[in-house]
Design a protein around this ligand. Structure first.
Ligand code: ZN
Ligand code: ZN
Length: 410
């Protein structure tokens, strides 16, 4: 008997270094995690360099690596992935950007998040409908993301991704001019198109009723769109063709959703953004269980630990891990399923950023060689039977365990 399905559960940024606030333990060591520990005890464990030893992964490059799309070949910047994640259908050659709404006063950026504005769909719709770049032979796609975020994409001939951002990066400065970052004509043309987009969209925002309403309510206006992270959409061999597996992605982060979608996983939206962290976690786990009824692979990403790491909040990270652990319990019941639990990178509270420290990984399911590790954490897992692997090895190992790998040689 072997397991027949795979759940790749990525606990975003859960991995850490020893924290002074936790008496020299990591948040995973300090948290009460009976479910994760049971997965470790009933599975095979190891540590993992998601990309390679000494490389600090982004969440985007690490997830590409985990899905078996080497980032050095497939990664073309965050923009196109973020655009796909907000619902723009990115086609090969399109140029995508991350975007956000910001407030201007007297030509100066006074709030780079427009007072953390949300529900911006009417603004984005007005921009989508009102901006006309046909003089440049360019079509635009513009969509709201979560909160103050949005995404922009250009479709047209002879466009390049290498242009500077208009985001001044800090408040109290005017928006920067968008310039080409290379000598290529395509980048020069895209810089012009982007400047024209900013001009036209600013005019639309100026008159928009939602902004007048915000003004009356004493809230910062959304006066300008700041864009960054440009990249050209590449070609991704579909997941189903590469692995002969059907698959879904469940994630609250548009970047991870976008990565899942560009490789051809079906995005399963999970409501519950209004609920507490607990209800949302439970809803994601139930959605995962539902997907397993009809799919052979589910990528489930849980944010939260990463944010606490960026905030340097070791106790908050420990407490989130414990809450998350409790929500994961229903996953233990699926006997026909290979459960792969890992982080995409470490986010040590001591540095407030991603680090290259390897992350713990555990694989539980029918047929795995259970090792002596009894706890899911950075130190215990280093003693496990997987030893030290790279992110690119995860899917090949999982496919072999569910007996879906092809033989190399005769
Ligand atoms: Zn991450
Ligand atoms: Zn992060």
């Amino acid at each position: 008997m072997t397991a027949r399905r795979i759940v790749l559960l990525v606990l975003d940024g859960v991995s850490d270094r020893p924290c002074a606030a936790l008496g020299g333990r990591t948040p995973l060591q300090a948290a009460d995690t009976p479910v994760l520990d049971r997965i470790a005890a009933e599975g095979i464990c190891g540590i993992m360099d998601t990309i390679a030893p000494g490389i600090r992964p982004g969440s985007d490059t690490s997830h590409l690596a985990l899905l078996g799309y080497p980032p050095e070949k497939y990664y073309t910047g965050r923009g196109p992935l973020e655009a796909e994640g907000t619902g723009i259908r990115m086609e090969r050659g399109m140029i995508g950007f991350r975007a956000n709404y910001a407030t201007l006063k007297g030509g100066i950026v006074t709030d780079r998040r427009a007072g953390r504005i949300h529900d911006t769909a009417p603004l984005s719709r007005a921009i989508q409908e009102g901006v006309d770049l046909s003089d440049y032979g360019v079509e635009i796609q513009f969509r709201s993301g979560a909160g103050h975020r949005a995404a922009l994409a250009f479709r047209g001939e002879d466009l390049g991704p290498c242009i500077s951002s208009n985001d001044p990066k800090k408040e109290g400065l005017p928006p920067a001019e968008i310039r080409p970052l290379t000598e290529r004509l395509q980048d020069a043309r895209t810089a012009q198109v982007a400047e024209e987009f900013i001009r036209q969209s600013s005019r639309i925002l100026k008159e928009h009723p939602l902004n007048r309403e915000r003004e009356r309510g004493g809230l910062p206006r959304a006066d300008i769109v700041l864009i960054r992270g440009g990249g050209e959409m590449g070609h991704f061999e579909p997941f189903a063709e590469r692995y002969h597996l059907t698959g879904s992605v469940i994630s609250a982060a548009t970047l991870i959703t976008g990565i899942g979608k560009v490789v051809g996983l079906e995005h399963i939206p999970v409501p519950g953004a209004t609920g507490s962290a607990n209800t949302n976690l439970a809803a994601k786990v139930s959605a995962c269980l539902r997907e397993l009824e009809r799919k052979e692979f589910v990528l489930l990403n849980i944010k939260g630990a990463d944010e606490a790491g960026h905030d340097g909040d070791a106790e908050g990270k420990r407490d989130f891990i414990a809450r998350m652990d409790a929500a994961l319990e229903p996953l233990l019941d699926r006997q026909d399923c290979l459960l792969v639990v890992c982080a995409d990178h470490s986010t040590p509270c001591s540095i407030g950023n991603h680090s290259a420290d390897p992350v713990p990984i555990a694989i539980r399911g029918e047929g795995v060689r259970v090792d002596a590790v009894r706890q899911f954490d950075e130190i215990a897992c280093a003693q496990g039977g997987l030893h030290r692997i790279t992110g690119g090895a995860v899917l090949p190992i999982a496919l072999d365990l569910i007996d879906r790998a092809r033989k190399y040689g005769a």
